[in-house]
Write a protein that binds this ligand. Sequence first.
Ligand SMILES: Cc1ncc(C[n+]2csc(CCOP(=O)(O)OP(=O)(O)O)c2C)c(N)n1
Ligand code: SF4
Ligand SMILES: [Mg+2]
Length: 304
Amino acid sequence: MTDTAFKRMKDLPSIHLLGTGTPMCAGCGGLEALHQIYDVLGEKTVFANAAGCMTLLATYPFTPFRGSWLYTAMASAPAGAQGIRDALDILLEQQRIKKEDDLEVVVLTGDGSAYGMGLSATSGAMERDLDFIYICYDNEGYGNTGQQYSGATPHAARTATSKGAHGFAGYKKDLFSIWAAHKPAYVATVIGAEPLDLARKIEKAKSMKGPRMIISLAPCPTGWDFDPSLSADIGKLAVKTGVWPLKEYIDGKVVHTKVPRPRIPIEEYLIKQGRFHHLFEPERNAALLTQLQARVDSYWENIE
Ligand SMILES: Cc1ncc(C[n+]2csc(CCOP(=O)(O)OP(=O)(O)O)c2C)c(N)n1
Ligand code: SF4
Ligand SMILES: [Mg+2]
């Protein structure tokens, strides 16, 4: 990168992508959420970013973040965050940095790490009451390596490793509840397509101490097989169909921040995504569609 380009980049607010050099896909729902989250958190942050799509934002020695950024292995971002937090605390204690120079430590990982490989390290970090924010952008698969299934993949979705007639045989893990069971300071679900709800939750997380855990559903045109222009629509449909409940855990209680009324049929969300085309073509799989709708309905049964 030329000096002029670097100076221009430094003058831009928030995250600035590196022009045509960026390998991120158009319409990336994870990036949409990250932009919004970073706008609220600001540059006094240090990211511990586990291997995944977002790692590709960095082009050594540059990153598009105005603040600091550390790359970790998939399972290790919360351990990396612990090291950073400890180092900052030591520097503060030794008065080698001022209080106003302290940084918010933020873990950024995909679902492959959050729901799977990094879950043990995350559990340990919550157990130690680590003062950090964890952001999982959940594109429901190992996106960076070609969308193999992960612990976040929904039932029946076709992935690179679930290509049969019925798609993925397993069920999406309930990471929100797994995290909430640790009784951290805060857990919330968000989505870039609902920016006000997202901003309010990130503001809240920012004002607190201790483990603050955020899961953002991340519509992924490449892995979910839809046109990038539909990304925000699909995000909104995830909320309106009740597939992605917007909620928060705080002070031992779970509160839904948006209850979709009336809920629209799940089919309207599924039919727009190539990963679910086998539910509609060559013939409609009514039994599986009914089963998928029933699972969403049973979630909301006791909430409305
Ligand atoms: C232990 C380990 N296994 C596999 C990989 C290869 N790998 C790099 S990124 C990635 C996908 C990560 O998936 P996810 O966390 O969901 O992030 P996404 O790629 O979807 O953004 C994989 C499997 C790795 N880096 N480390
Ligand atoms: S594969 Fe999906 S999550 Fe990864 S950059 Fe592309 S759109 Fe975003
Ligand atoms: Mg993923």
